[in-house]
Design a protein around this ligand. Sequence first.
Ligand code: TXA
Ligand code: MG
Length: 322
Amino acid sequence: MNASPEDIARAAALLRAGELVALPTETVYGLGADASSPQAVAKIFAAKGRPADHPLIVHLADADSMIHWAREIPKEAIALARAFWPGPLTLILKKESDVSDIVTGGQDTVGLRVPDHPVALALLRAFSSDGGGIAAPSANRFGRISPTTAQHVADDLGNAVGMILDGGACQVGIESTILDLSRGEPVILRPGMIGVDAIAAVIGRRPRLPQQTENAPRVSGALAAHYAPRTPMQIADSDQLRNIPHDSAVLAFSLDKPEDHAGIWIRSSNKAAEYAHDLYANLRALDASRAPNIVVEEIPATPEWDAVCDRLGRAVVGSGTA
Ligand code: TXA
Ligand code: MG
C-alpha cells in the first residue's frame, strides 16, 4: 500500500523533530534522518548497528539543492545530474563547510543523490523547501541484505524506526551507482545499474574502477562482507548445479528445478534489470527457507551484469555468519 499525503506530512514532521523515518526509493528502502541534525543522524547509526565512520548519502529533492551541500560542483556533476536525476546515481563531491562530520564520516566530501520515487520525492518536498536533505543508508542492519519492500524494513528494524513509509517494491532493487567526482578523475566506488558506458556517454570520458584496497575504508558497500544471507552461499556453474545436495536453496539462472530437488528453487530472469529487481527479495526467501546452503547459478560476465555480480560476490563472502 502506498503512503498517503497524511502519512507523508506526518513523516516530514517526524524528520523535523529529529526522528527516523524509513522511506522507499527506486533502489532500496532508506533509513532517513534530517541531514542537518547530527543528533538525528546519530540515531541512524544506533538503529543499524553501523560503524560511525561510514559516510551516508544525502538525498535531495532536486539538483538545484546541491549548492547547499557541495562546495565545488564540477561541470560533469551538472551534466550527470541532468541526465540521470532523479535516479540511481550518487555523486561524491567536495562538501560545503557546514556539512556535519557524522554525515560524511569525517571526510571532506559528501554523497548526494535525487531518488526517483514519488513517495521519496513527496517526502523531500514536504520536509524542506530550502535545499534541506535526508541522510539515509539502506534500511537494514549493518552488513545484511538491503530491504526492497516495507515489510523487509519492518522485519529488520521494526521497533527502531519512528515510521515506515510504504512505497511498494523498489523498481531498481539494488543500490545506486556511486561516482566520485571529488578527485579530478571520476572513479566508480560502487557499481550500480547506471553503468560505466552510460556515464561515459554523458561526460565524454570513462570513469575508472578502483582497486579493492583503495576504496575499502571509504565505502561500506565496498567491504567484502556485505549484503549477506545468514546461510552459507556459493556460486556454481550450470554443470555444478546439477550435482548439488537436494535440499539446497537455489537461485537458478538457466536451469529449471529438477523433479528430485527438495529445497526451494527460484529461477530468476535472464535480463539483468529484472534479476536485480528481484535479487534481494530472492536472497531473503532462500535465507528464510532454512536450507543448509544457498547455491546461486553463475551469471554472465558482461558489463550489464557488473552491479549484480558485485552484490553476489559480497553476499558469498559475508554469508554464513549468524
Ligand atoms: O541506492 C542507494 O544508494 C541507497 C538508497 C537508500 O539511496 N542507499 C545506500 O546507502 O545504499 P548505504 O549507506 O547503504 O550506502 C552508501 C554508500 C556507503 O558505502 C558509503 O560509504 C558511501 O555510500 N558514501 C557515502 N558518502 C560518501 C563519501 N563522501 N565518500 C565515499 N563514499 C561515500
Ligand atoms: Mg547499505
